[in-house]
Ligand binder design. Structure first.
Ligand code: HEM
Length: 262
């Protein structure tokens, strides 16, 4: 659970002062942008009643706000800009986010964008065909279980926003992970960098052949996960790695590139 705290400051600004108020906050915002305690901030104006403004600031924690930012030089600069308006504050309090949060469906999941379960099934099938013919990887997968490709397809689907499908718990948090498929002892030992890189190359070849979308945004997000996952796999297969703690499947989403809108 995050320690983040959300501060809401509600202002009532007479119409004739609103331009000045916005200009002052535009300058003051530079101090928030520079504050290591500040996660993000947004000043919104009421559509129904123009005199109402709400500033929302997410802090790394309430304590970081009060003991860190408030005692810093940045706060002095911030306050200097907005001091004329402090008398118009109607509420200024910290709120703790609850578990009721989420995103809507305005942006497709990577799973849906890729083409859903069938797309990842095709991907895994083509991929393991290649793996078994590959000089570096075939030896690692010598004892491949028949259901392996299907499991990996389900895993990819879940990571990219598809249904939760861990077969052991039927919908509970998945405990498979690349390095430790069932959350227990790692199944692969001492994966080399050359093997990892081959895995990365082959999955991209497989993505092409399986007809996964080729747009820049999808592929950059896809590759980011593959880089992350394979590097973890190498780490946990190493001689000194402690077995990873059981964790739900990571949820991967669009990267910094602007997502396509279907
Ligand atoms: C993003 C990267 C990766 C993902 C998502 C992934 C996913 C998985 C999953 C879900 C399993 C469990 C399959 C099952 O229980 O049937 C598994 C097992 C396995 N993985 Fe990975 N993996 C990744 C990287 C790697 C790499 C880089 C290697 C080695 C070069 C590797 C080698 C293996 C092996 C040998 C098994 C056990 C195979 C068996 O079922 O006998 N994996 N992986």
């Amino acid at each position: 659970m995050t320690a983040h705290s959300v501060e809401y400051i509600r202002y009532r600004i007479p119409e004739q002062q609103s331009a000045e108020f916005l200009a002052a906050y535009t300058r003051a915002a530079a101090q928030l942008a520079a504050a290591p305690q500040c996660v993000d901030y947004e000043l919104a104006r009421c559509e129904e009643d123009f005199e109402h403004f709400i500033l929302r600031i997410t802090w790394t924690s309430t304590e970081d706000h009060l003991e860190g930012f408030r005692k810093s030089e940045l706060f002095a600069g911030f306050l200097a800009e907005i001091r004329p308006y402090t008398g118009t504050i109607e509420e200024m309090r910290h709120y703790k986010p609850t578990t009721v949060r989420g995103t809507g469906a305005s942006v497709a999941t990577l799973y849906a964008w890729a083409g859903g379960t069938e797309a990842f099934a095709r991907l895994a099938e083509v991929f393991y065909d290649k793996v078994l013919k590959d000089d570096l990887l075939a030896p690692v997968f010598a004892a491949l279980a028949p259901e392996h490709a299907e499991h990996v397809a389900l895993w990819f689907g879940e990571v990219f926003g598809g249904p939760s499908v861990c077969p052991e718990t039927q919908g509970g948090p998945a405990t498979w992970s690349p390095s430790s498929p069932r959350g227990g002892a790692p199944m692969v030992r001492n994966i080399t960098e050359a093997q990892r890189r081959r895995w990365v190359n082959l999955i991209q070849d497989a993505a092409d052949e399986a007809g996964l979308p080729t747009d820049a945004e999808f592929r950059s997000a896809f590759l980011a996960y593959v880089e992350w996952g394979t590097r973890l796999a190498v780490h946990f297969s190493g001689p000194d790695a402690k077995p990873p703690a059981e964790q739900p499947a990571p949820r991967w989403t669009w990267g910094a590139a602007p997502p396509h809108r279907p």
